[in-house]
Design a protein around this ligand. Structure first.
Ligand SMILES: Nc1ncnc2c1ncn2[C@@H]1O[C@H](COP(=O)(O)OP(=O)(O)OP(=O)(O)O)[C@@H](O)[C@H]1O
Ligand SMILES: [Mg+2]
Length: 415
């Protein structure tokens, strides 16, 4: 390394960050302070009411929280349980938060809960991370509960990731079956709405859960969530309209607060990379585009070449015609052209319709049936999801090596 490159790094590290003042406020895993939680008063109130009895040493209700991703479920559950724990007077309340996507077997989950709630000096109970049988972990957990707590609140985040419902069953019945005197309240969280609705009857009857549905945020709520993180940025760096646009774009997609925060953060990063003194609406749009691209890369990258070709056929048609929707006959024609160009054996029209349906299932494409009047047949039309940026999908569909030499302008459909 020569002197100059040493200086370049030193110069960058030596200067204060021109864009961010407290970047952690917009980090993905940042847990905001209570005063930064906005737009969820009703949900916080509802959950607090269900858990209210814990403060008096009575049994709290069990609660199932469900709602789309990024709607504040984990945040609200952690917040309310923390407040409950801190407000209890003369009642020994414990809380344990576990993420079932990390601890997806019952044994792992019980072991983790026991370790969170344990204080070995006081209980004399040791809980190794691994190596004990499920029933031994339960025995130790109950010993800990009896020794240390009057009430515990156990938050099972991503609860649908548990391999089965054993954990929910055991926890909800622990007092009734005489395993412990401690009162146990379970808050199970899921972003799979059907999971909550379809919990089996045995679980429902022992849990008797109250259900809380967290709706997606609208643009105003997202805007105020972002306003409360404005101080992540230096004074005057955010141009007018930047927060509003980030909120509006996220609201258009799924009303996901995580996405809104991400867009704002990445807009700041782009401004930084481009040596811009301010974050502009252009940065926001670019950040959204990048985010969308990442998501699609993951989704589309895993498709078979046949499905990618089907998708590429749709995006190519869109490029060539400017239209957003096509009968599957046209798609098939463009698909066979592409197959020939990349040296892949084309499948039948019926198979390609299956691919289209599958892509629609994955939310990559939009498909609708149309009953054609005179002929009486059914035509399936497919196009890109209106929520997606068509150019991005096209770009990604065509990133497969096999498409490298395809000249889009030579397919038969180009006039
Ligand atoms: N009402 C809010 N006020 C402030 N920040 C929020 C609010 N809701 C969500 N956030 C922030 O948005 C991000 C996502 O929220 P959270 O993790 O609670 O969503 P979730 O509903 O649990 O999503 P998932 O289903 O994907 O787990 C977090 O960084 C959180 O801090
Ligand atoms: Mg969550």
């Amino acid at each position: 390394m020569d002197d100059e490159s040493g200086n370049v790094a030193a110069e960058i590290f030596g200067k204060p960050d021109p864009i961010f003042e407290q970047k952690t406020l917009v980090d993905v895993d940042h847990v905001p302070q209570p005063e930064r939680i906005v737009g969820r008063d009703d949900e916080i109130r509802a959950l607090s009411m269900q858990l209210r009895s814990a403060i008096d040493g009575e049994s709290p209700e069990n609660v199932v929280i469900y709602g789309e991703t990024g709607t504040g479920k984990s945040l609200v559950a952690k917040h309310v349980s923390t407040v409950a724990e801190s407000m209890a007077e003369g009642i020994r309340i414990g809380t344990a938060y576990i993420d079932c996507s990390d601890d997806d077997t019952e044994t792992q989950a019980v072991s983790h809960i026991a370790r969170k709630l344990n204080d070995e000096d006081r209980t004399g109970v040791s809980v190794p991370e691994m190596g004990l049988s499920k029933s031994v972990y339960y025995t130790r957990l109950y010993a800990i509960l009896d020794e240390l707590y009057d009430v515990v609140l156990i938050i099972l985040d991503e609860a649908d990731m548990q391999a089965d419902d054993g954990l929910l069953m055991s926890l909800s019945r622990s007092r009734e079956t005489g395993k412990t005197d401690c009162r146990v309240g379970v808050v199970a969280i899921s972003n799979k709405v059907r999971w909550a609705e379809n919990l089996n009857d045995r679980v429902k009857s022992s849990l008797q859960p109250r259900e809380l549905n967290f709706h997606s945020y609208d643009a105003n709520q997202l805007r105020s969530i972002l306003e409360h993180r404005r101080d992540a940025f230096r004074d005057g760096v955010l141009e007018d309209g930047v927060i509003q646009l980030s909120a509006a774009l996220a609201a258009q997609d799924h009303g996901d607060a995580r996405q809104a925060i991400d867009i704002l953060r990445n807009a700041g990063m782009l401004a930084q990379q481009q040596d811009s003194e301010t974050v502009t609406e252009k940065h926001v749009r670019e950040a959204r585009r990048e985010a969308e691209k990442d998501r699609f890369h993951d989704l589309i990258g895993g498709l078979t070449v046949q499905k990618k070709t089907t998708l590429a056929a749709v995006t190519t048609l869109h490029k060539q015609t400017g239209r957003d929707e096509f009968p599957t006959g046209d798609i098939y024609e463009a698909y066979t052209d592409l197959c020939e160009m990349i040296g892949v054996e084309p499948r039948t029209g019926r198979r390609v319709r299956d691919f289209v349906r599958n892509l629609a299932f994955l939310d990559v494409l939009d498909a609708r049936k149309d009953n054609q009047g005179r002929a009486g047949g059914i035509t399936i039309y497919a196009g890109l999801q209106p929520a997606h940026d068509l150019d991005i999908v096209h770009e990604i569909a065509m990133t497969d090596d096999r498409f490298a030499n395809v000249d889009e302008s030579t397919t038969t459909l180009s006039e």
